[in-house]
Design a protein around this ligand. Sequence first.
Ligand code: HEC
Length: 157
Amino acid sequence: MRGLLIKGLLIAGVAVAGDLEFPENWSGMNKVEKGAIMPGNPLYGIVPGYHETYMDETAYAHFTKYVADLKKGKTPPAFPKGSTVVFVNFKDKGKTPRVVLVMQKTGDPKDEGGWKWEGFLLPAKKRIVKNAAKDCANCHYKGKKDWDGLFLPHVKK
Ligand code: HEC
């Protein structure tokens, strides 16, 4: 029932209270990584081609404090509440954003890994996540290479 209601609201283009909001200021956040998703990568179906990863101040402060530990093979502490991490997939070499994936730390055990997960298809900002566990978190928590659900070991720092 709730699912139907939410679906109805989404079709109407209305955000449901408590939903993760589109990060309007993503380009003003701290860029931590860029790269390309090539054919054969399981992510290619959602976000093919060039991308950039950004963090808000809360996530970035935590990241800069502990990334050296991560590089040494230690698992740093989980990200603090409010941390926002944004993955922007572009149609071309960084000019036109196509899909924006967002993880926002709530610490709420009801959210997968204590993160809220959402994806927005531009330019309409259409929400693409129906089931955060299946659509997003399963993959983010699959291996041991993550840091609190984030894939950061390859980030240069
Ligand atoms: C098939 C596995 C997979 C699925 C499904 C997936 N991701 Fe990811 N995600 C990754 C990988 C791998 C990266 C790192 C890519 C890179 O930096 O090259 C990533 C990166 C990200 C990042 C940047 C932070 C980080 O972990 O590096 C965010 C935010 C993100 N994904 C959110 C989402 C959301 C929201 C969904 C659901 C719509 C989702 N992802 C679905 C594998 C996945």
